[in-house]
Design a protein around this ligand. Structure first.
Ligand code: FE
Ligand code: FE
Ligand code: MG
Length: 164
């Protein structure tokens, strides 16, 4: 942890750690959902979709790392037991049981839209707090989630056009 960092972050640091741990659960599950989806996906544009899903998996994994490091800086403990992920998640986990590319993409779009909403709500809560570092980190992650949403929706458009 960082004692000065905690002091500067202000009295809300404990509550922030809770929010970040919930986001960490989301990121871990999003990582796994993309990772598993990339393995089993079938259908039009499969190579493009697989590449995008793998990339997103890597980015969600990176987000998990950013959140965990900030949690530690703020004197908290990141989730250590994977059974906690399902309990703390905001956005849940949608197992890619159907390999159909359109279904996989729709599941992941839903996940990204939930993530955008969840990060937006963290930003709202941090607005006015002195913890600019967390605020800035959450903004950066949210920016990535908006790109993810767009990438997936672009693929949905391309698949629709390819089928016409
Ligand atoms: Fe993410
Ligand atoms: Fe994402
Ligand atoms: Mg992408």
């Amino acid at each position: 942890m960082g004692t000065k960092a905690i002091e500067v972050a202000g009295p809300g640091a404990k509550e922030t750690v809770e929010l970040l741990n919930k986001a960490l659960a989301d990121e871990w599950l999003a990582y796994y959902q993309y990772w598993a989806g990339a393995l089993i996906v079938k259908g039009p544009l499969r190579p493009d979709v697989q590449k995008e899903l793998k990339e997103h998996a890597g980015e969600e994994f990176k987000h998990a790392g950013m959140l965990a490091e900030r949690i530690i800086q703020l004197g908290g403990t990141p989730i250590l037991d994977p059974s906690e992920h399902a309990k703390k998640t905001n956005c849940g986990y949608d197992a890619p049981k159907d390999p159909n590319v359109e279904i996989i993409l729709a599941q992941n779009v839903k996940g990204e839209q939930c993530a955008i909403g969840a990060y937006f709500s963290i930003l709202q809560k941090l607005k006015g707090s002195s913890d600019m570092i967390t605020l800035n980190m959450v903004r950066k992650i949210m920016e990535d989630e908006e790109k993810h949403e767009q990438d997936l929706q672009d693929l949905q458009d391309d698949i629709k056009l390819a089928k016409e």
